[in-house]
Ligand binder design. Structure first.
Ligand SMILES: [Zn+2]
Length: 285
């Protein structure tokens, strides 16, 4: 069981480890670059060594890298598609340089095209990325989405098709975002629905597929298709469901990473402490 938050990469890349460590995290997530910009300052090899050293010293067991929102591997626009694939490969190489376990990605949008074409484009892109980054020990995690517009990934049938179409599928996994899944229409407030959902994900992808859980409460209602994260226990999913999720036996090896709002400097600390209490409550039973 690993627990952590998404932390900023401002300053030197290894300072992100200090931010996670100061919150007592055993997992962390960072953006590979400014999430809304293509331009990339290459990571200095010495900084990467320092990142790995600090991470080891601080006992951060899992590092996930989130790719920028601009990347769209399902697009029908040729220029954007090619640029997205090239940028993604850069991010995979940098993730390996930093010793990260996972690269997390949204599955793209097929706007101005069709769902089958979007899936086909995404599968071809992932095959190209994995072929171009052979030998790197970084796993690519497909995150589910809230299902707004033409975004892929609001149903796990999309994941199934991708797993079927990708050659190196042992390098694929799933990142389950609890807010997105609720917003997509799965009523995870009910424990039995969450259990069914996890079984469905495994059936459609592979056993033990969920490597990372983005643990977020939702500000918007069930099935709203509107992606708005909320503090743990303050949203419409609620603490009872969160307790079931964080203690789920199928998720013992997973990393729980919060992407909750950072309204005050203490927001992360408060949300993390709520999750720790939920985990302890269960152990006390
Ligand atoms: Zn997420």
């Amino acid at each position: 069981m690993f627990l952590g938050v998404h932390v900023s990469i401002s300053g030197k890349i290894y300072e992100s480890v200090d931010r996670a460590a100061s919150l007592g995290c055993s997992a962390m997530q960072i953006f590979s670059r400014n999430p809304r910009q293509w331009r990339q300052l290459e990571i200095d090899a010495r900084d990467a060594v320092e990142f790995r050293k600090r991470r080891r010293e601080e006992g951060i067991g899992i590092v996930a890298i989130h790719v920028p929102y601009l990347i769209n591997l399902a697009t029908s626009y040729d220029v954007l598609y090619k640029k997205s694939i090239a940028t993604y490969m850069e991010d995979m190489r940098e993730a390996a340089l930093l010793g990260a376990e996972y690269v997390v990605t949204h599955m793209g949008s097929y706007k101005n095209s069709t769902l089958p074409q979007g899936l086909k484009a995404f599968i071809a892109a992932v095959n190209e990325i994995l072929a171009g980054t052979k030998g790197l020990g970084v796993q690519l995690l497909l995150e589910n989405t809230a299902g707004s517009g033409s975004w892929l990934g609001a149903t796990f049938d999309h994941h199934r098709k991708i797993f079927e179409g990708v050659k190196d599928r042992h390098r694929l996994g799933v990142c389950l975002d609890t807010a997105h899944v609720f917003e997509a229409g799965f009523d995870v407030r009910r424990p039995e629905i969450f259990d069914i959902l996890l079984a469905e994900i495994e059936r459609k992808t592979c056993p033990g597929a969920v490597k990372v859980v983005h643990l977020n409460d939702s500000l918007t209602p069930l099935g709203s298709h509107n992606d708005r994260h909320q503090h743990i226990g303050k949203g419409l999913i609620g603490l009872r469901a969160m307790r079931h999720i964080v203690n789920h036996p199928k998720l013992r090896e997973a990393a729980f990473i919060l992407e909750t709002p950072k309204e005050t400097p203490r927001s992360d600390e408060i949300n993390l402490s709520k999750v720790r209490k939920l985990m302890q409550m269960n152990h006390g039973l």
